[in-house]
Design a protein around this ligand. Structure first.
Ligand code: NAP
Length: 247
């Protein structure tokens, strides 16, 4: 899975899954551009951390949910790196509550940050990818986009939307040698899932055949595959990485 010298852009890499993805690509010799929004210190620290792998890495403070910011980001990355080979749309949030209590703001915020961001970055990135006649776009969806989850109507809808978007873009851009795939993680230990108590954690783990929560590294490994030429005949797919939970 050679990604050496490829330019990879990862959104939302200040922590959790995004950080694991950025680190894995840098370890494997890719040049890594990554974004953060509110975690400024963590974002700057990651740029330092990644420099130990001896490849060019740069962090950008950028709001993925804002189209103009996404377009400016891609222009800046192309200027700094000379192009962009792989885009990983990872930035995401939850605002969980039952539909009865869900406010219009909670719906809009989740759809804007999780789904509109994917439109923003993908649309902006396809311009340089079309010029280069190659590219790989990887959208970090979720198993709940495939199976739904009580208390996550907004989040599940955004993650299901990403899957429809992924398949459409795969069909639109396949002839340009631009691939688009989604990854559907199951239960991964990060700050996003850190709010669960011991009891809830036990319940989740019971439903996972591999009997453990996933780690950011598990998702990073799948990204490395979909970002490398080892997956060059794979597009429009949803790779479920969940320890067998969704079967
Ligand atoms: P996390 O620990 O909460 O990290 C979320 C990341 O997204 C942070 O780096 C955050 O940056 C960034 N972010 C949020 N809003 C942003 C915006 N508007 N613009 C740019 N960056 C933004 O979450 P995670 O668990 O690593 O999840 C990463 C992705 O995997 C998400 O899309 C999530 O839905 C998906 N996922 C996670 C799980 C799981 O079990 N953890 C399962 C399925 C899918 P700042 O802190 O700098 O704002």
């Amino acid at each position: 899975m050679n990604v050496s010298n490829k330019c990879v852009l990862v959104t939302g890499a200040s922590r959790g899954i995004g950080k694991a993805i950025a680190t894995e690509f840098a370890k494997n010799g890719a040049r890594v551009a990554f974004t953060y929004l509110s975690s400024i210190e963590k974002g700057q620290a990651l740029e330092q951390e990644l420099s130990q792998y001896g490849t060019f890495c740069k962090g950008y403070k950028s709001d993925a949910s804002d189209y103009t910011s996404a377009e400016n980001l891609i222009n800046q990355v192309v200027e700094d790196f000379g192009g962009v080979d792989v885009v990983i749309n990872n930035a995401g949030i939850t605002r969980d509550t039952l539909l009865m209590r869900m406010s219009e703001e909670q719906w809009d915020e989740v759809l804007r940050i999780n789904l509109k961001s994917v439109f923003n970055l993908t649309k902006a990135a396809t311009k340089p990818m079309m010029r280069a006649k190659s590219g790989s776009i990887i959208n970090i969806s979720s198993v709940v986009g495939l199976m739904g989850n009580a208390g996550q109507a907004n989040y599940s809808a955004s993650k299901a939307g990403m899957i429809g978007f992924t398949k459409s873009i795969a069909k639109e851009l396949g002839s340009r040698n631009i691939r688009c795939n989604a990854i559907a993680p199951g239960f991964i230990e990060t700050e996003m899932t850190g709010e669960l108590n011991e009891e809830q954690l036990k319940e989740w783990t019971k439903s996972i055949p591999l009997k453990r929560a996933g780690q950011g590294q598990d998702i990073a490994n799948a990204c490395l595959f979909l970002g490398s030429d080892a997956s060059s005949y794979i597009t429009g797919q949803v790779l479920v990485v969940d320890g067998g939970m969704l079967m």
